[in-house]
Design a protein. Structure first.
Length: 116
């Protein structure tokens, strides 16, 4: 069993930055590729980014390419999402996920709100 706990969400102005963290407990997250998804009100959950087990390979959704960076620290059992140049449309609940795209485990989510 893997438990994922996100943190770092909050209120940020357009053009600002925010870093989300996802800490794993129980069976270590280093065993899985990891990802971030988000869901805005009234919309379906959307893929944001993923990273391979080693951290060598990353993938991004088209809407965040060039602005967001996913990384991981396997020694700390943690995955990060650095969000730069945020836009109003980045407002959503952000979820950490283990083993995308099928996703074995989800975190509880952290709210990110971008204001103008």
């Amino acid at each position: 069993q893997v438990q994922l706990v996100e943190s770092g969400g909050g209120l940020v102005q357009t053009g600002g930055s925010l870093r989300l963290s996802c800490a794993g407990s129980g069976r270590t997250v280093r065993s899985y590729a990891m990802g971030w998804f988000r869901q805005a009100p009234g919309k379906e959950r959307e893929f944001v980014a993923s990273i391979s087990r080693s951290g060598t390979n990353t993938n991004y959704g088209d809407s965040v390419k060039g602005r967001f960076t996913i990384s991981r620290d396997n020694a700390k059992n943690t995955v990060y999402l650095q969000m730069n140049s945020v836009k109003l449309e980045d407002t959503a609940v952000y979820y950490c996920a283990a083993d995308p795209p099928l996703v074995r485990y989800w975190g509880q989510g952290t709210q990110v709100t971008v204001s103008s």
